[in-house]
Design a protein around this ligand. Structure first.
Ligand code: DC
Length: 224
């Protein structure tokens, strides 16, 4: 087990994990693992390669070989490259999210990504954002947070995020997609979305991102 401190932040889509994880990592000077981005990249790369959605072996091989680079973009935001190509925006679409959720239910794909995820745990520490960070990938994490919010609030947040990016998606469609994806993530056989026994559950409904970040930082500082 690694001695590098790891903080895991798991939870469903739209719970605010992404923002909270990024800001907590920045405040502590820790690295960040956005594990959802890995599944989005596999989904996207599989689609581009023309792989049938359920072809487990082919997707797992792809997952093991993907040349991924996470970095900082020109405006200071995130930058994600796949085989040298800038896919920062492409992996954030609802299509990529849905492909990700499908490939994420394939056991061999999850297995192919385990070591890649664990390698992000380097000094001085890591904040890992995902669904199974506290249960499967980093069971020895110093702090495990399970972040939730009501389904309505999560759909509203996602809608606003997409609107801010100039993408026009209906709230009703989004609510349905979120519910479907939640259901698939919670009920899959391998590493389902579930809080670790020793996770602290935090319901962010009605809380601002700043309030959630302050709560997580307080918990983190008590354990580091
Ligand atoms: O967090 P996100 O929306 O970027 O994740 C995209 C999909 O990937 C989501 O439907 C569930 C899946 N996922 C997963 O199964 N395990 C993770 N550790 C992270 C994401």
């Amino acid at each position: 087990m690694s001695t590098v401190p790891v903080i895991t932040i798991d939870g469903p889509s739209g719970s605010g994990k992404g923002t909270v994880s990024r800001r907590v990592a920045a405040a502590l000077g820790f690295h960040l693992l956005d594990s959802g981005a890995l599944y989005r990249l596999v989904g996207l790369a599989g689609r581009r390669a023309g792989l049938p959605a359920g072809d487990e072996t082919a997707h797992a091989t792809l997952a093991g070989r993907l040349a991924i680079e996470f970095g900082v973009g020109p405006g200071g935001g995130e930058s994600v490259r796949l085989g040298g190509e800038d896919v920062t925006d492409a992996i954030r679409t609802e299509l990529a999210g849905n492909l990700a959720s499908q490939v994420a239910s394939l056991a061999a794909v999850r297995a192919a990504l385990i070591d890649r995820q664990r390698r992000f745990a380097t000094p001085p520490g890591l904040v890992a954002d995902g669904r199974d960070m506290g249960t499967t990938i980093f069971p020895g994490a110093v702090l495990k947070v399970f972040l939730t919010a009501s389904a309505e609030e999560r759909a509203r947040r996602r809608h606003k995020q997409l609107k801010d990016k100039g993408l026009d998606v209906s709230l009703a469609d989004l609510s349905r997609e979120i519910a479907e994806r939640d259901q698939r993530d919670r009920t899959r056989a391998v590493s389902p979305l579930v809080a670790a026994d020793d996770a602290i559950e935090l319901d962010s409904t009605g809380m601002t991102p700043e309030e959630v970040i302050a709560r997580v930082l307080k918990l983190a500082r008590g354990r580091l």
